[in-house]
Design a protein around this ligand. Structure first.
Ligand code: SAH
Ligand code: SF4
Length: 350
C-alpha cells in the first residue's frame, strides 16, 4: 500500500505546516491551496505558480489525490456520467455526474460500500469496505468540476447520496463539506449541498446542534417500525419514534424543511394505508416527500410500483397538504440510479 501523504487530506493549516517544514514561506501554501481548490489542477505539475523545483519536491513527497479512474460510462441520453474509481488499497467507489435542466449535480460517495444493509440497495448488499477519507470525498467533487470545466460549465449542486451512509462516517463527511464550502477554496454554498441519511437519529441531532446549513434528506421508505425493520436494519437501532424526535429537533433548531425519501415498491409500501401512515407520521413536520420509483438491484426482488399506484400515492400526500415530487428516473441504462452504486461498473436496463 502507498503510504505517501495525500495533499487532499490536509486542511490549509496542515498544508502550511508541511510546506514550512520544507523551508517554504507561508504564501506557497496559499498558492498551492488556490491551485488545488480554485484552479482544480489535476496534477502537481499544473501548479504553475510554484517554482518547478518545489513542484518536483512536492511530487516526490506527496500525492495529489487517491482516486484512479478505472472506467467511465455515459448514459444514452448523455445527461448522466458514472465513473468507477480505484482507491490505493484496492477498494472501489462510484461517483455520478448529472446534467439536467440548469443543474449540474455530482452525487458523491462517503464510504466504499455501506454497513447499513438496506435490502433494496446495491451498496448495502455489498457490505462496508471502509470509510472514505476527507480527501477521497472532496476529490470526487474536484473530478466533477474538472469534467464540467472542460465543456465550459460549472458544478451547481452536490449530493451526498452515493455509496455509503454519510452519518456513519460523520467526521470525515462534515470535514469534506467544510472543505468544499471554504470561501478561500471551492466556495460552494451550503444550500447547494444535500446530505442524505438512512435515519441515524443521533447524528441528525448533532447536525442540528451544529446548526449546519446544508439541506437534509432522510430516507424513510416505511412509516411503521414493523415494515421499516424489514427494509432498513438501522431502524432497529433508531426506531421511528426516535428518528422523528430527531427530525422535529432538527426542524425546530434550524427552521429548515426536511426532505423525506420514499422508494416506492410494488405491494410493499405503496398502498393507500401506507400513504395514510406516512401522512400521520410526518404531518406535523415542515417537509417535502421525494418519491423514488424503486431502481432494480441484483439481490432484491421487489419491483417498482406501477404508474397508477405511484400517482395515487402522490395524490394522497398532496391532499394531506404534504408537498411531494416523483423523482424522474435517469441513468438506469448505466446503473447510476439511486441505490444502484457498487464497486464495479455494471450496465443496467434501458
Ligand atoms: N446512505 C444514504 C445516502 C445514499 S443512498 C441514505 O440511505 O440516505 C441514496 C438514496 O437512494 C437513499 O434515499 C436510498 O434510500 C435510496 N435508494 C437506495 N436503494 C434504492 C433503490 N434500489 N431504488 C431507489 N432508491 C434507492
Ligand atoms: Fe447504505 Fe443508504 Fe444503501 Fe441504506 S440506502 S444501504 S444507508 S447507502
Amino acid at each position: 500500500m502507498d503510504t505517501t501523504i495525500n495533499l487532499l487530506d490536509l486542511n490549509v493549516n496542515m498544508l502550511q505546516e508541511k510546506l514550512e517544514a520544507l523551508g517554504e514561506p507561508k504564501y506557497r501554501a496559499q498558492q498551492l491551496w488556490h491551485a488545488i481548490y480554485q484552479k482544480h489542477i489535476g496534477a502537481l505539475e499544473e501548479a504553475t505558480t510554484l517554482p518547478i523545483s518545489l513542484r518536483t519536491i512536492l511530487h516526490d513527497k506527496f500525492r495529489l489525490g487517491n482516486l484512479t479512474e478505472i472506467n467511465e460510462l455515459a448514459s444514452k441520453d448523455k445527461h448522466t456520467t458514472k465513473v468507477l474509481f480505484g482507491l490505493p488499497d484496492g477498494h472501489k467507489i462510484e461517483t455520478v455526474l448529472m446534467r439536467y435542466n440548469k443543474r449540474r449535480t455530482v452525487c458523491i460517495s462517503t464510504q466504499a460500500g455501506c454497513a447499513l444493509g438496506c435490502v433494496f440497495c446495491a451498496t448495502g448488499q455489498m457490505g462496508l469496505d471502509r470509510h472514505l477519507t476527507v480527501g477521497e470525498i472532496v476529490e470526487q467533487v474536484l473530478w466533477a468540476s474538472r469534467k464540467l470545466s472542460a465543456t465550459g460549465n460549472k458544478l451547481t449542486n452536490i449530493v451526498l447520496m452515493g455509496m455509503g451512509e454519510p452519518f456513519h462516517n460523520y467526521t470525515n463527511s462534515i470535514a469534506a463539506i467544510n472543505r468544499l464550502e471554504d470561501s478561500t477554496g471551492m466556495a460552494i454554498g451550503a444550500r447547494r449541498v444535500t446530505v442524505s441519511t438512512a435515519g441515524h437519529a443521533k447524528a441528525i441531532k448533532q447536525f442540528a446542534k451544529e446548526r449546519r446549513r446544508e439541506r437534509l434528506a432522510v430516507s424513510l421508505h416505511a412509516a411503521t417500525d414493523n415494515l421499516r425493520d424489514q427494509l432498513m436494519p438501522i431502524n432497529r437501532r433508531f426506531p421511528l419514534d426516535e428518528l422523528m424526535a430527531a427530525c422535529r429537533m432538527y426542524s425546530s433548531i434550524t427552521n429548515r424543511r426536511i426532505s423525506f425519501e420514499w422508494a416506492l415498491i410494488d405491494d410493499v409500501n405503496d398502498s393507500e394505508e401506507h400513504a395514510r401512515d406516512l401522512c400521520k407520521l410526518i404531518g406535523n413536520i415542515d417537509c417535502h416527500v421525494n418519491v423514488i420509483p424503486l431502481n432494480p438491484t441484483d439481490q432484491f426482488h421487489g419491483n417498482r410500483s406501477n404508474e397508477d399506484a405511484t400517482m395515487r400515492f402522490k395524490t394522497q400526500l398532496d391532499e394531506s397538504g404534504i408537498p411531494c415530487t416523483i423523482r424522474v428516473r435517469r441513468g438506469l441504462d448505466i446503473s447510476a440510479g439511486c441505490g444502484q452504486l457498487k464497486s464495479e461498473n455494471t450496465v443496467g436496463i434501458s
